[in-house]
Design a protein around this ligand. Sequence first.
Ligand code: CA
Length: 226
Amino acid sequence: MKRVLVVEDEIKIARLVRDYLRQAGFEVLEAADGTAALTLARSEKPDMIVLDLGLPGMDGFDVTRALRATSSVPIIMLTARSEETDRIVGLELGADDYVTKPFSPKELVARIRAVLRRADATVGGGEMIRVGSVEIDIPKRRVTLEGREIELTATEFDLLLVLARQPGRIYTRAQLLDAVHGVSFESYERSVDAHIKNLRRKLEADPKRPELVVTVYGVGYKFSDA
Ligand code: CA
């Protein structure tokens, strides 16, 4: 049974999440503040942490930072719908995904399962990545789509590789830029959009309605896990 640590100071939400996760077959640990969360995370080693960003004292960002110093435990943040920058900061600190409040418990469970699946997948270690009709031969730096070879620039290849290693994982522009060894300034972050556009032109059946490299509005991009 997978163990999920739920960090939430609002008792109503904490209860709702706990009950729903238990029903969905998870073991649930609970913490109402950051300090308790870190203590439990260290002693109980949960498989996943659901972390509210707005906590008294140490906030969700501090908790993420502290966790990431020693652990790669999957983290899903709970954020307010209006706080786009929070999501970006959280993802850049190393959170795996986010769910915006108010959320349905059903959606949260689906996200938890998806992130756990990704964490268990070994796709990143091999020399070949296959996602849907896309095949990436990493040592040869070759990409085929439905068996047909696609010519990519070095930057396009590196971007695709990062995204396709973890389908469904959301990357911010700064993270993608970092992955292709660019320097992260706002103007350069926009250059990621240009590379993505080129990548779509080469990979997507209809680049205007991308199905592989998907935009996450206001945050960044992900490779489709559908
Ligand atoms: Ca809160």
